[in-house]
Design a protein around this ligand. Sequence first.
Ligand SMILES: [Cu+2]
Length: 280
Amino acid sequence: MRLSRDFGRFLLIWLGASAIATPLIAIFLTPDLPPGVAADAAAGQQVDNEVLTAVATPIFLLIVIFLAYVLIVFRQTGPAIEEGPRIRGHAGAQTTWIVLSTAIVMSLFGYGTWRLLEAGGAGGGQGPSALAPLNGTTGEAVLPVQVIAQQWEFTYRYPTYGGLETPHLVLPVGRPVELHVTSLDVIHSFWAYGLGVKADANPGVDNVAYVTPKRVGTFDVRCAELCGIWHGYMFDTGRVVDGQKFEAWIKAEQRIFAPVLPHLPPYSRTYLPDPQRRAG
Ligand SMILES: [Cu+2]
């Protein structure tokens, strides 16, 4: 009966360790999980990472404690012992294994689907005809910003500010932003990691993503789709500022880029590349 006594003991250690470690990890580790809480979309992704970490903790402990238990308890100390009879199949273990792993995978599948469809969820509010987020808005008007990718930089157009195009992304805090992501040449991907936004930038496509920045600060912008030789240099630092600073910044940009504006094509959802000038 040694096996069942060991099994009972192992079960007790594992369940006890899981009961202690899972809430501790959820409380102390998960607030530092990526991508942070600088925007509603980022915070939603952090919740998902918290859920995954919490589910993975008992599974991780199962493997580590089993390994440690076997190494300590079944360690050979005396003379060589003969192996026991071969075990062929174990209906109880097999059934438990299949039922438990199916239950975990199916509940994660359900949770993931719900989070994708939910407005403001990890995948919510993105695509060519995305729905505006239903929650997290402050009642302020949505600010449309166009993200234009090209080899090898992003530029940003503000259609409600005369179609101004700037080389840097600055957003006001607390105001919902409607990002219209497109490309002039090849396929790129607009990835504002700290905001939790990652949207494909494809030529001829107006890909919409919603985000409401929650904190004043900076965030990284990177291209997340291999787009040519200088892909690795296609990055920038965006800023989230308060409403007054944003208005001041955009007025200054309008002054700086006033001579350029007449030469830009009029604001449009997509643009055609200039075959003479670009590699795409
Ligand atoms: Cu790119």
